[in-house]
Design a protein around this ligand. Structure first.
Ligand code: SF4
Ligand code: SF4
Ligand code: FES
Length: 252
């Protein structure tokens, strides 16, 4: 692709060469090409990893998968906003474009973070439909269209972590499970077969790090790129936890 009349793109990237290394900033200037996004800009830097001041460096690392805002792997903080780099178009960003890794997850290298905590939380809330078996299970129970619509909203979660990055309650000194996982508990509690694990999910939600730790700041719902109504799930699961707690108390 030809560059556009010598136009340049300026980027500022937070570097960190390993999990226990100190972070530092590097500035880059690369040729502008129409239609670029942050990932293609990073690929351009990788071809010739030289800083704006002419210093040859190791190429910055980043994560990506689908390149169409489905896998969530490329999420980072771009100009102060938690979002996906594959859909962050250069033409729509103020320069220098500042790229940082998420601050709420351990840095593996540069813009690559370790999102294990999210996946461990999905395991904690058993965010699945329990249908293990090697035999034919027959058709599942029917789900009415309204419930399907409601479940669909939450099924779009791509575990990107944006809702956790912006949540004041989610940090290294708290056990809070985070809005996305409350959303997944809400989703699977509605599935006719997934409901079989509702009690276990509500036990988790009632305990340390569960929905009770949500401070109701509502940053999560504003940050979600899939526009998932996370605060609806937080309210619904909060209600289910109250009923569940009373039943536990009365040993029902
Ligand atoms: S409502 Fe606030 S405290 Fe609760 S999960 Fe969302 S951002 Fe975090
Ligand atoms: S709920 Fe939204 S912001 Fe949170 S992990 Fe899922 S897709 Fe990302
Ligand atoms: S690469 Fe999958 S969401 Fe960006």
């Amino acid at each position: 692709m030809a560059s556009d009349n010598g136009r340049k793109i300026e980027l500022r990237i937070k570097r960190q060469l390993g999990p226990n290394e100190k972070s530092y900033w590097e500035d880059y200037e690369i040729p502008y090409q129409p239609g670029m996004n942050v990932i293609s800009a990073l690929m351009e830097i990788r071809k010739n990893p030289v800083t704006k001041s002419g210093q040859k460096v190791t190429p910055p690392s980043w994560d990506s998968g689908c390149l169409e805002e489905v896998c969530g792997a490329c999420s980072m903080v771009i100009n102060g906003v938690a979002r996906q780099s594959c859909t962050a178009l250069i033409d729509e960003l103020e320069q220098p474009i500042v790229l940082e890794p998420f601050s709420k997850f351990p840095v593996v290298r540069d813009l690559v973070i370790d999102r294990s905590r999210m996946f461990e939380s999905l395991k904690r809330v058993q965010a699945w439909v329990p249908i293990d078996g090697t035999y034919a299970l027959g058709p599942g129970e029917k789900i009415d269209p309204d419930t399907q619509q409601e479940m669909y909203k939450f099924s779009r979660c791509m575990t990107c972590g944006c809702c956790l990055e912006v949540c004041p309650q989610f940090n290294s000194s708290s056990a809070f499970i985070g809005a996305s996982n409350v959303g997944q508990a809400y989703l699977f509690n509605q599935n006719p077969t997934g409901k079989n694990l509702k009690t276990e999910r509500l036990d988790v939600m009632m305990g340390t790090g569960g929905v009770v730790d949500c401070g109701n700041a509502q940053n999560c719902v504003r940050a979600c790129p899939k526009e998932i109504p996370l605060t609806d799930a937080i309210a619904a699961i909060g209600g289910q936890v109250t009923v569940h707690g009373i039943k536990r108390l009365l040993k029902l």
